[in-house]
Write a protein that binds this ligand. Structure first.
Ligand SMILES: C[S@@+](CC[C@H](N)C(=O)[O-])C[C@H]1O[C@@H](n2cnc3c(N)ncnc32)[C@H](O)[C@@H]1O
Length: 347
């Protein structure tokens, strides 16, 4: 009997849900404590975001997924843009974030909430017209896995809009205590297994997830005595416990740093440059047709032990991939999409 491998089954074998650390690594506040910072961030970035979404093709009546919705600032904007004939599914790993988002979006009947890991949402495949995320990928240990999940829940031809930021780009002119933001986050990232500069790599990441010809836009808000300084000082304050527990700063130093950031952001001679904002728009153009190479007879799978790791080598036609076995390879079952296979490579 011939067997094929479904993308979802193969993903489940190689990236079991327990291999993600959805909220444990998130350094910022959640719930009511998160609202202030995320609303400030929305004020700074929403004008560009709304323009990008409109240009990407967001229209009334569309069904949209908002990955990593946080306290719902962007969800609310999306709900307004798609109108009552459309819908927004807001996804976050954190229940306290979703509770706040539900309150903020209470006036919209077209929004539903879904608690899930953004890399494995369990949402129906091929069901959304547009998938969106803002400032999510930089908080994920495996942003590529999230982009693949976004691809999978999009209808063929659906639209992807990603907005993310490179935290190391923020600071002030002249340099002040506000530069601690970039310094602390850039040192925390490797300790937590996160890349807070992932936005700089958005173009290849989006392409690797199967989106052809993504359009990239980059801009960096800069202002004196405005929200940008508040964004930096509040972020350092919120992530303070993470910096302290990582041994990057003592509690006393943190207090002094935040106080000095506050002074700097009030100084009219200091220009604050907020996090550089990278937006990517990618239309999903690949058809979900099984590759002609995918003849069951041409497929083989072998396992071997290399040092402490167990390796599965899968040969399909001329394609060969090797993956580290995390779970049972016999979960390989129906329908394989060959053109997605390179994404399994863990080496
Ligand atoms: C910086 S907030 C951005 C929120 C919102 N997109 C916005 O721009 O206002 C990032 C959000 O991602 C969520 N998050 C972090 N890791 C996640 C994961 N693995 N799956 C789903 N959500 C996650 C956090 O709980 C948080 O609400």
């Amino acid at each position: 009997m011939t067997q094929q491998v479904s993308w979802a089954a193969a993903r489940a074998a190689f990236f079991p849900p327990e291999s993600y650390i959805p909220t444990g690594e998130y350094a910022l506040a959640t719930g009511t404590a998160a609202i202030r910072l995320l609303e400030i961030s929305h004020r700074i970035y929403a004008p560009a975001g709304e323009r990008i979404l409109t240009r990407a093709g967001l229209q009334p009546g569309m069904h949209v997924a908002d990955f990593g919705c946080g306290t719902g600032a962007a969800t609310r904007m999306l709900a307004r843009m798609v109108g009552p004939s459309g819908s927004v599914t807001a996804i976050d790993a954190s229940r306290p974030q979703l509770d706040q988002a539900a309150q903020i979006c209470a006036g919209f009947r077209n929004v539903t909430f879904h608690q899930a890991d953004a890399c494995a949402t369990r949402l129906p495949r091929a069901s959304f017209d547009l998938v969106y995320c803002r400032f999510l990928l930089l908080h994920l240990p495996d942003p590529a896995a999230c982009l693949r999940e976004m691809y999978d829940v999009l209808k063929p031809g659906g639209i992807l809009v990603v907005e993310d930021g490179d935290l190391t780009s923020a600071g002030s002119v002249p340099p002040t205590a506000l530069n601690s933001f970039a310094d602390l986050f850039s040192r925390l990232g490797p300790i937590r297994g996160l890349n807070y500069s992932v936005a700089s790599n958005l173009y290849p990441l989006v392409r690797a997830a199967g989106f052809s010809d993504p359009k990239i836009e980059l801009h960096q808000p800069a202002m004196t005595r405005g929200d940008a300084g508040l964004l930096l000082s509040l972020s350092v304050e919120e992530a303070g416990p993470a910096f302290v527990s990582a041994g990057l700063i003592t509690t006393d130093e943190l207090d002094r740093t935040v106080a000095n950031m506050e002074i700097a952001r009030e100084n009219p001679d200091v220009l604050v440059t907020a996090t550089a904002h990278v937006a990517s728009v990618g239309a999903q153009t690949l058809e979900r047709q099984p590759s002609p190479q995918l003849q069951p007879a041409s497929r083989s799978c072998a396992r071997e032990r290399r040092g402490p790791a167990e390796i599965a080598a899968v040969q399909i036609g001329v394609e060969r991939i090797e993956v580290r076995v995390i779970d049972q390879v016999q979960r390989f079952e129906p329908e394989l999409e060959v053109h997605r296979l390179p994404h399994f490579e863990l080496f």
